[in-house]
Ligand binder design. Structure first.
Ligand SMILES: [Zn+2]
Length: 433
């Protein structure tokens, strides 16, 4: 490690034994870097955290927290459904406690509620503590004091209208995806209602999209976000308006099985043109899909290749490193001035994959293009645990770089701060109201 590697695929070229040998050889260094990164206040590029009042009203217990994202690994392991009791959870816990999702839940329970979730009695005690924790002040304590997260970019997709979030904790990301997924007249009517714009043509649909953007900006939106990879391929062809219009008139006559492709392509390009006009960054989901059973082929980062040159003023922030296609994201971030690689979700999705990719990326991609953390959780305890895993992973990789003579310890600390705070703060600045 630390020397240029020859031959092989990007991941295959990684010699894991070298990587582990170097990092294991520098435990004091890793610990020192870990302490420095613990002191660094994080700017989280991406969260789905409920507003604190919503969280308190939900009365979240242990199994609520386990539902995000660990339930997906439980289903993958064979559990019949999302567990609601220890009897349903316990038998499957040994299979999933070593995954990133499992580790995050363990760290959260151990460090915030003093228990490993290892028995019915332990989980009952955790639930007592959680009940007492579900009150105002939870976010200040967990996000600010424990996790040392300065602020987070909040994707509150469950709010149908844009609403200004609590500025102590959040800045806002919003979607225009609903304008790219219409497949029947009822969808169009909903967009008319939310924007107050009459839509009888593609021109009207674009005006409504512009209105929706204005509504989000008025609530303090700092970035657009798209999760269209859950619904369609990330390849967006350039389609003339008259072809999109034909699709539009078709869906107004009769519901279509899928969002018509030409209309969807045309509208996504329009959202990019709006981002370009406004100088807004665009966070784009690439790679692995939350849940179970999604179609991953649609999600490869390379499918976006025709967009970066066409919209040079849009900063494309590629989420989740496009896992498992991290090498595509690495190459795209190196190649294009306006592409950044975002580690959000990655330190729990595949902690080893995150470390290996960062190890490679630091030697290939300018460090100001790497956004090192986004918790991507609904519950603050899990964002805390994820932040802890990210800081540890980054410290481990950076200590390898120092041990290999690639940089000094001081330079490693500087890079750690860029990854955890400075790059995200520059891309998604916290604006005062
Ligand atoms: Zn997310």
């Amino acid at each position: 490690m630390g020397q240029p590697r020859e031959g092989g695929g990007i991941l295959n070229g990684m010699d894991r034994r070298d990587f582990l040998a170097v990092t294991a050889a520098a435990p004091g260094l890793t610990a020192r870097l870990g302490v420095e990164l613990e002191r660094t206040g994080i700017v989280s590029s991406h969260e789905h955290l409920l507003w604190e009042n919503e969280r308190i009203a939900e009365k979240a217990d242990f199994f609520t927290l386990a539902s995000h994202y660990l339930a997906n690994d439980l289903v993958s392991a064979g559990a019949p459904a999302t567990p609601k009791s220890w009897a349903e959870f316990g038998p499957w816990w040994p299979a999933v406690r070593l995954t990133g999702y499992g580790q995050a839940l363990r760290i959260a329970m151990r460090e915030l509620y003093g228990e490993e979730p290892s028995s019915a009695a332990a989980v009952a005690r955790i639930n007592d503590k959680l009940e007492r924790a579900n009150r105002p002040g939870l976010y200040e304590r967990v996000l600010k004091e424990k996790a040392r997260i300065r602020y987070s970019v909040l994707d509150d997709y469950w709010h149908s209208e844009p609403m200004r979030p609590d500025e102590r904790f959040f800045v806002l990301a919003r979607h225009l995806d609903a304008f790219c997924t219409a497949r029947q007249a009822a969808n169009i009517r909903k967009l008319e209602e939310s924007t107050g714009v009459s839509i009888t043509s593609v021109g009207g649909l674009k005006k409504a999209m512009e209105k929706s953007l204005e509504q989000s900006l008025a609530q303090g939106m700092v970035t657009l976000k798209s999760t269209l990879a859950y619904a369609r391929s990330l390849r967006y062809e350039v389609v003339p308006e008259r072809e999109a219009e034909a699709d539009f008139q078709e869906l107004m006559k009769a519901p279509q099985r899928q969002p018509p492709q030409r209309l969807s392509d045309h509208m996504f390009h329009h959202s990019l043109a709006l981002a370009q006009e406004r100088g807004l960054p665009y966070q784009i989901h690439t790679g692995y899909l939350a849940g179970n059973g999604g179609n991953l082929e649609n999600t490869r980062p390379m499918l976006l290749g025709n967009l970066f040159g066409r919209y040079p003023k849009v900063s494309f922030d590629l989420f989740h490193l496009g896992w498992p296609w991290m090498n595509e994201t690495t190459a795209l971030a190196k190649l294009h001035r306006n592409v950044t690689a975002d580690f959000c979700w990655m330190w729990v999705l595949s902690p080893a994959g995150a470390r290996q990719t960062l190890d490679e990326m630091l030697e290939a991609v300018p460090a100001n293009k790497i956004v090192g953390f986004g918790g991507d959780y609904r519950y603050v305890e899990l964002s805390y645990a994820h932040a802890k895993m990210a800081r540890a992973g980054i410290a481990q990789v950076l200590s390898g770089k120092v041990a290999a003579g690639w940089c000094t310890e001081g330079e490693a600390v500087e890079i750690g701060k860029m990854l955890l705070a400075e790059n995200a703060a520059r891309l998604f600045p916290q604006k005062k109201a």
